[in-house]
Design a protein around this ligand. Structure first.
Ligand code: CTP
Ligand code: CA
Length: 225
């Protein structure tokens, strides 16, 4: 019993994880997207399953595959689809980790036909997508809510503002400045900031080890409540 608990510290817990980019359609053959590989979110999902959790992984377009039958993958394309999927599961989960690189803007109108190159100049009107994480923070009950932040200036201050604005318990600040961290890379250099603004810089490490560090925060949270 005690052994099982120490080996599977997240047994009985449900974790919602978002991963990957979102694609926002311009016309039937084009979209606005980003370089997120989805690896960070999938690594967290795989690690959480190993620790005994039941995982719902809401994933934008990626070639990655989940490694456990304890992971239910919900494939989505756009920010709106990711929003809808997250709200479908949110009330039922103990933890949510938002690792997706959600598009901030989408075309105001999606052309029904492929846009032809008839003019020398062309522009698209964009509108903001819904902030999925902030919307979950706004209706938070007991869920432990973790977000990511990608900043290139005033990193700590901006990350703290995101904790407040999105009602987070913990934020994982990504440092893009360091060699070997960020999009398309196998490694990440992160700093944890909790809701009391306690700051914990971590070493440069593999995304798998970052996933383990994040889940250790989740485990210690459950140890305290
Ligand atoms: N996020 C989200 N929905 C969005 C945008 C972001 O759920 N429409 C989540 C991301 O998954 C991440 C966190 O919010 O966990 C922060 O994302 P980030 O891009 O760093 O911040 P934004 O709030 O989008 O602000 P900005 O890009 O202007 O810094
Ligand atoms: Ca953003």
């Amino acid at each position: 019993e005690a052994d099982l608990e120490s080996k599977l510290p997240l047994k009985g817990k449900k974790i919602l994880i978002t991963a990957g980019p979102t694609y926002e359609a311009i016309d039937p053959v084009r979209f606005i997207g980003n370089h997120s590989s989805g690896k960070m979110g999938f690594d967290i999902a795989n690690e959480a399953a190993k620790l005994g959790a039941q995982v719902i992984l809401v994933a934008g377009p990626t070639h990655l595959k989940a490694k456990s039958s304890a992971i239910e993958v919900v494939n989505v394309v756009s920010a709106q689809e990711m929003y809808d999927a997250c709200h479908l599961y949110y009330n039922d989960v103990d933890v949510t980790i938002a690792a997706a690189a959600v598009a901030d803007y989408r075309p105001k109108v999606v052309a029904l036909q492929k846009i032809k190159k008839t003019t020398d100049e062309f522009s698209i009107d964009l509108e903001k997508t819904k902030d999925i994480l902030a919307s979950l923070g706004a209706i938070k009950k007991n869920q432990f809510l973790i977000g990511f932040a990608l900043e290139t200036q005033n990193e700590i201050e901006n990350a703290k503002l995101k904790i407040q604005k999105k009602n987070l318990d913990l934020i994982v600040l990504n440092s893009l400045q360091d060699e070997g961290a960020g999009f398309k890379k196998e490694t990440n250099k992160v700093t944890f900031i909790d809701k009391d603004f306690k700051i914990e810089p971590m070493e440069l490490k593999t995304k798998e080890s970052v996933a383990t560090d994040i889940l250790n925060k989740v485990i210690s949270y459950f140890g305290k409540i």
